[in-house]
Design a protein around this ligand. Structure first.
Ligand code: XIL
Length: 710
C-alpha cells in the first residue's frame, strides 16, 4: 500500500516509476507478440484448451498470439472419447483438432492410457471383476489405435501413459509403480504395450511417458527407472513429460534442474506438459480445490513470479532437451485448480500478469551472467553483522535466520526471494546488480513485514526500514574524509500553529561559532514517507558539505532539516495535499527560531529552500507562495518551475532542478533550458545511472550547493 502511494507520487512528480513487483498489480498493456515468440530460440510454448477457449473470439486471439502448441485439456482422454466399449465421441476432440488444423498449430495428444478419466469397461467386467490380460490388451489396443489414427495428421506427440509411477513414500520392497487396475492385471507390461500400440498406429509421433511430482528426487528416480527399463526392453518411448503442477514454495529449482538432468540421460525429448504454479502448497495427488483465498497478496504474487522466472531460467538452460513447455489452461478462470489458486500467467479476465512480462522479458545475457564471489558486508550493517553483503558488480546477497518460516522475500529488485538451507538460514541474491547508492528495503516473512536484523534502520515509507549501500564509483564526495567536520545538532522548537514541540536537525559548518561570521541557511526537505532524519542519515548531507567546504567549492552555509508533514497523505490524496500547514510551520515558526538561535544571514538573500520528491512539491509551492522568504530554489526529483509561474524574475537568484537518469530526465533538462532562455540563473542536472533514490539526491546536493548564496 505504502509503496503504491510512493509509486503514485513518483509518477506524478517525475513521470517515471521504478518497476518493482511488490508495488502490486499494475495494468499491463495488451501484448503485441507472445510467449512463443519470446521463446522461439528455446522451445515451443503450449497451452491446454477446453471448448470455450477455441470458440470464443477473444480467447482464440490470445491463443494464436501466445502459443504454438495445443493440448486438449480433457477431450482426447479415454473416458471422453470412448465412455463405453466401441462407443466413440469425437465431437469435442474434433473441434480442437480442427482448430489446430485451421490455424496451423501443433497438437500434443493427451492422454491414451490413464487410471483416471477412463471408462471402467476398459479393464473390468460388469461385475467389477478385472478382465483377463488378453481382453484388456485388446480393449486398450483398439482404443489407442482408434484415437491415434483419427488425429495422426495433426498430433505430433502423445502422452501415451499417464501417472503410472507410485507416489512417495514407497515402502521398502514395494512396487515402484502405481497400484492401478491396469497394473494389477498386467504389471508393468501394460505400459510397454500401450507404447507399442501407439507406435504401430503412428510411427512418426513422439511418444511420452507423463507424470507429476516430476522433480521430487525419489519419484523422479522411479520415473527414470521405469523409462530406462522401457528403453532397455526396446519399447518405443521418446520422451518424458514433466507435468509441472508446481506451487510458490516448491519444488526447488535445484530439484527441477536435477530431474531434467536425470531424465536427459535416458530420453532426448522432455516436455513440460501441464505447467501451473499455484499460490498454495497443494501438489499433485493431494489436491484440495479452492482454498477460499480469493485475495492474493503481493508477497504471494512475488513468490509466484519468482518461481516462474526461476523455472524458465532452468528450462532455457536445458533447451537442448526441452522442446515444449505447455501451460495447463489459458487463464486463471479456466484453471482446473479453481480460479482462487491463480496459477497461470493470465488472470481470470485473461489479462497478462506482471509474472507474464517477467517470464517473457528475460535477458539472455543475464542467463550467462557470472556473479563474482567478492561479496563484502554492506557499510550500513549493524556492528558485527556480515549480511547483507554487496559485491563489486552491485549484487546484494542477503542471509537471515528464520528456521520456522515458510517464505522470506527482500524488497530489493523486483522482490528477491530467499531460500532456506538445512541450517534454517535463508539466503538470496538479487537477480541483477542494484544501482549504485543507498536502497531501502524490508523483509516479508510469511506475509508479515520485518526489518533485516543485519542492518541499521533508515526512516522511509513511513517506517524505519533496513538499508543497504552499494558503493558508488564517485563515493568520495559523500565519504568520511580527513577534513574538518561540521556538526549536526537536534533542535526542538515550539510550534503554536500545531501546538507541538517540533524537531529539526541543523548542520553547521566546521568554522561555525569560531568567529563572528553569519551564515546563510538552506532549508532542505525530505520526500514522502521520510522525516527529518533522512537528509543527514541516509543522505549524508553533512559529509557532502564538509567535503565541499574542504575543497573550497562553496560558500559555507547552514542546513536545516525538519519534518515536512508529508506522511499522512494517502492514495489519491496528493492532489489535495495541504502544504499550507507546513508553510506556516516553516516560514512563521522555524525560520524565526533559527534566525533567533543561530548566527544566520537573516534575510531573503541568505535563505534557500530545496526538497526531494514530495519535498520538492512543497518547495515549489512554498517558494512561490512566499516570494519574500527564499532567494534560491531547488527541486530534486520533485518537479519543475516554469518561467510563467514565477511572478517577478527578480524574486529568485538561482534555481536548481535535478533528477536521476532513470526518472525521465528530459523534462528536467528542458525546464532548466526554458528557465535559462527566460533569463533565470538556472541549472539542470541529471545523475547518471540512478533512479528515485538517495544517490540521486546526494549528487544533487553536491551539484546545487556551489550555486547557492553567490
Ligand atoms: C485435469 C483436467 O484439467 C480437469 O478438467 C479434469 O477434471 C481432471 O483432469 N494431470 C493430468 C491432466 O495429466 O490430464 C489433468 O487434467 C490434471 C492432472
Amino acid at each position: 500500500m505504502k509503496k503504491l502511494i510512493l509509486a503514485g507520487l513518483c509518477a506524478l512528480m517525475i513521470g517515471a516509476i521504478p518497476s518493482r513487483a511488490q508495488w502490486g498489480p499494475r495494468a499491463i498493456p495488451e501484448p503485441t507478440d507472445g510467449l512463443k515468440d519470446a521463446y522461439k530460440d528455446y522451445f515451443m510454448v503450449g497451452v491446454a484448451v477446453n471448448n470455450r477457449n477455441v470458440t470464443d473470439a477473444g480467447q482464440i486471439a490470445l491463443i494464436k498470439r501466445e502459443f504454438n502448441s495445443i493440448t486438449a485439456e480433457n477431450a482426447m482422454k479415454p473416458q471422453p472419447t470412448e465412455p463405453r466399449k466401441g462407443e466413440f465421441h469425437w465431437e469435442d476432440a474434433d473441434r480442437i483438432a480442427d482448430f489446430c488444423r485451421r490455424n496451423g498449430i501443433k497438437l500434443r495428444g493427451h492422454t491414451l492410457m490413464w487410471h483416471s478419466q477412463i471408462g471402467p469397461w476398459m479393464y473390468q467386467d460388469e461385475d467389477g471383476k478385472l478382465l483377463p490380460k488378453e481382453e484388456f490388451y485388446a480393449n486398450m489396443k483398439h482404443h489407442i489405435q482408434a484415437v491415434v489414427n483419427r488425429y495422426k495428421d495433426v498430433v505430433y506427440c502423445w502422452d501415451v501413459v499417464n501417472e503410472a509411477v507410485a507416489d512417495s513414500p514407497v515402502r521398502p520392497g514395494g512396487s515402484e509403480l502405481r497400484d492401478s487396475p491396469m497394473y494389477r492385471i498386467a504389471g508393468e507390461e501394460f505400459i510397454y504395450k500401450a507404447f507399442e500400440y501407439a507406435h504401430e498406429a503412428d510411427p512418426d509421433a513422439l511418444l511420452f511417458y507423463n507424470d507429476y511430482n516430476d522433480a521430487e528426487p525419489a519419484k523422479s528416480r522411479r520415473i527414470y527407472n521405469l523409462v530406462k527399463r522401457m528403453k532397455d526392453a526396446g519399447v518405443p518411448v521418446d520422451g518424458i513429460g514433466m507435468q509441472g503442477h508446481y506451487n510458490i514454495y516448491g519444488p526447488s529449482m535445484g530439484d527441477v534442474d536435477a530431474a531434467i538432468t536425470l531424465y536427459s540421460q535416458v530420453v532426448k525429448h522432455i516436455h513440460i506438459t501441464e505447467l501451473d504454479i499455484r499460490i498454495n502448497e497443494d501438489m499433485g495427488g493431494g489436491l484440495r480445490f479452492n482454498q477460499g483465498q480469493a485475495r492474493i497478496s503481493d508477497w504471494q504474487r512475488t513468490l509466484q513470479q519468482d518461481q516462474y522466472v526461476s523455472l524458465f531460467k532452468v528450462l532455457r538452460k536445458h533447451k537442448d532437451v526441452i522442446d515444449c513447455v505447455t501451460f495447463w489452461n489459458v487463464g486463471d478462470r479456466d484453471s482446473w485448480l479453481g480460479v482462487n489458486n491463480a496459477p497461470l500467467l493470465f488472470d481470470q479476465d485473461y489479462r497478462p500478469k506482471q509474472a507474464y512480462l517477467a517470464v517473457k522479458g528475460f535477458d539472455p545475457k543475464m542467463d550467462a551472467a557470472v556473479i563474482k564471489e567478492d561479496f563484502r558486508p554492506s557499510e550500513l550493517n549493524q556492528p558485527g553483522q556480515e549480511y547483507p553483503m554487496v559485491n563489486s558488480q552491485g549484487y546484494v546477497r542477503l542471509r537471515v535466520n528464520a528456521p520456522q518460516a515458510r517464505s522470506v522475500i527482500a524488497s530489493l529488485g523486483s522482490g528477491t526471494v530467499l531460500h532456506k538451507d538445512a541450517d534454517g538460514f535463508w539466503t538470496g541474491t538479487t537477480a541483477a546488480p542494484e544501482d549504485e547508492g543507498f536502497h531501502y528495503y524490508h523483509l516479508t516473512v510469511d506475509g508479515g513485514v520485518f526489518n533485516d536484523p543485519g542492518t541499521l534502520n533508515f526512516f522511509g515509507s513511513t517506517r524505519w526500514e533496513s538499508g543497504v549501500e552499494v558503493p558508488a564509483h564517485d563515493a568520495a564526495f559523500y565519504g568520511e574524509r580527513d577534513v574538518p567536520h561540521g556538526n549536526v545538532q537536534q533542535i526542538l522548537f515550539r510550534s503554536a500553529s500545531t501546538d507541538q514541540l517540533r524537531r529539526a536537525f541543523v548542520y553547521t559548518p566546521p568554522q561555525y561559532g569560531k568567529d563572528r561570521k553569519k551564515y546563510p541557511v538552506l532549508y532542505l526537505q525530505h520526500g514522502w514517507g521520510e522525516n527529518e532524519y533522512a537528509w543527514w542519515n541516509q543522505g549524508k548531507a553533512n559529509l557532502i558539505m564538509d567535503n565541499l567546504i574542504a575543497e573550497g567549492r562553496i560558500e559555507p552555509f547552514i542546513i536545516v532539516m525538519t519534518y515536512g508533514m508529508t506522511n499522512d497523505t494517502r492514495i489519491g490524496g496528493l492532489g489535495g495535499f495541504n502544504y499550507k500547514d507546513f508553510e506556516t510551520v516553516l516560514c512563521d515558526e522555524l525560520v524565526p527560531y533559527v534566525d533567533a538561535h543561530f548566527r544566520t544571514v537573516a534575510r531573503k538573500d541568505g535563505r534557500a529552500m530545496a526538497g526531494l520528491s514530495m519535498g520538492g512539491m512543497e518547495t515549489h509551492a512554498i517558494t512561490l507562495a512566499r516570494p519574500e522568504m527564499f532567494a534560491y530554489y531547488g527541486l530534486l526529483s520533485g518537479g519543475v518551475y516554469t518561467p510563467e509561474e514565477i511572478q517577478d524574475p527578480r524574486q529568485v537568484k538561482g534555481i536548481f532542478i535535478g533528477c536521476g537518469s532513470k526518472e525521465g530526465p528530459d523534462r528536467i533538462m528542458k525546464a532548466a533550458a526554458d528557465l535559462q532562455a527566460a533569463g533565470f540563473n538556472a541549472k539542470g542536472y541529471v545523475s547518471e545511472g540512478t533512479a528515485h533514490e538517495f544517490l540521486t539526491w546526494r549528487r544533487c546536493l553536491y551539484e546545487m550547493a556551489p550555486m547557492l548564496f553567490r
